[in-house]
Design a binder for this molecule. Structure first.
Ligand code: PLP
Length: 408
């Protein structure tokens, strides 16, 4: 059986003549302070610009294609599913499948959530209070940073672009206060693609253990690592206070299922996470749980499909950027889902992205959208999503725009 997508290419909506000159801050996709800048930008531009280079998820999988992968047990489950309230922790069979991804975890060490972000928010709410202090490794998905800063004091630890986005453990150690309770990070990192090497991760775990800190890692880009065979273990496998968060939104290509999870060896802490989650949603949708089970059992096929698309698009991007060395400094691929090249144009990456959106009707994300109130994030980069089939055609549009630009 082949993995047939049944997917029509994504719609190109909007008309260039309809792209009005932005007037207000909100029109320009500039979010008010303390709100989610990336969401505001997407809201502003996605109706009139090709979205594939802005996406961080892999090519979405249609429902029919996923159902074709179901084995007899899951097919029966699907046919017999009732739509009553389900287990607030997530179905036990789904938690068992998720727990088997980790070493020595059981179903009760896992809590299923509506997407990875719900897990991040609930873990933070469960573990942090107003007298606490947290360390946040920056850049990070903005809602995660905001979820920390609305709960307690925080400091940012910036990844160092000069050292291949390395994490400076000495700097992190120096920022620990008597009331620091938690380190929050996102590795593999978006938008940089950075990963931690084994020695740094072990040093970080040792530091957290010495100070009794929780180590919370958003691991949603693990499935699209360039060299998964060399990937470091999830934090929950290395540390008794490590919490690994992942889900099906990125490398599985299933963000619409809204299935994520938190894995944690401390069951009392997980009970507190459940209490935080119960204020938001009582349970997951049963159809999503069954489809998540199907996807997890078919993981190699789904993720290899996504990885092949990412590899192909990275090669296309490399060919394009190599032709324009005066405009771009290409990065080695760090994650198959996206690239993060530096832009040298005089107008800067933020203005360039806006011109590309309004003139070429193509959405690319300037690194300014990952700005942080806790640490400096370079603003001279573009994050180019490479996980979609349509990213290849979108790179063609970008190339056309760039060649026109250099003739002007
Ligand atoms: C680093 C990171 N974490 C979490 C999320 C949200 O994941 P989900 O859709 O599963 O809630 C995103 C989405 O872009 C992300 O980039």
């Amino acid at each position: 059986m082949t993995l047939q997508d049944d997917a029509a290419p994504g719609p190109r909506t909007g008309n260039p003549t309809e792209v009005a000159a932005p007037e207000t801050r909100q029109d320009r996709g500039i979010a008010p302070a303390g709100s989610f800048a990336l969401a505001a930008y997407l809201e502003r531009w996605s109706a009139c610009a090709h979205p594939d280079l802005a996406a961080s998820d892999s090519e979405p999988l249609p429902l029919a294609a996923l159902l074709r992968l179901a084995g007899p047990e899951d097919r029966l489950r699907w046919r017999r599913a009732d739509l009553g309230y389900a287990d607030p922790r997530g179905a036990s069979w789904l938690r068992a499948t998720v727990s088997a991804r980790y070493h020595r975890l059981e179903a009760d060490d896992v809590l299923i959530s509506a997407g990875a972000q719900e897990a991040v928010a609930c873990v933070l709410r469960a573990l942090l209070g107003p007298d606490d202090h947290a360390l946040v490794v920056v850049p990070i998905y903005q809602p995660s940073e905001l979820a920390v800063t609305c709960l307690c004091a925080a400091d940012g630890i910036p990844l160092d672009p000069g050292r291949a986005w390395g994490l400076d453990l000495e700097r992190l150690a120096a920022a620990i206060r008597p009331n620091t309770r938690l380190v929050l990070m996102n590795f593999p990192n978006s938008p940089t693609g950075a990963t931690l090497d084994r020695a740094t991760l072990e040093g970080l775990v040792a530091l957290c253990r010495r100070h009794g800190l929780w180590l919370v890692n958003d691991e949603v880009y693990r499935q699209t690592e360039v060299e998964p065979e060399r990937a470091v273990p999830p934090v929950v496998d290395l540390y008794e206070r490590g919490i690994s968060i992942n889900g099906l939104s990125k490398g599985f290509g299933l963000p619409g299922l809204r299935v994520g999870w938190a894995a944690c060896r401390d069951r009392r802490a997980l009970d507190r996470v459940l209490a935080a989650k119960s204020l938001l949603s009582s349970c997951l949708a049963r159809p999503s749980e069954i489809l998540a089970q199907v996807a997890l059992r078919a993981e190699p096929r789904l993720t290899e499909r996504a990885r092949a698309i990412g590899r192909r698009n990275h090669r296309r991007l490399r060919t394009l950027l190599d032709r324009l060395p005066e405009l771009f400094e290409p990065d080695e691929p760090r994650n198959l889902a996206f690239a993060f090249p530096r832009f040298h144009g005089a107008e800067g990456a933020t203005a360039f992205a806006r011109v590309v959106a309004s003139e070429a009707r193509l959405l690319v994300l300037p690194s300014d959208l990952w700005r942080s109130s806790l640490a400096t994030v370079p603003v001279d980069r573009l994050r180019l999503g490479l996980g979609r089939r349509g990213s290849g055609a979108a790179l063609g549009i970008l190339e056309h725009h760039l060649l026109g630009r250099s003739r002007r």
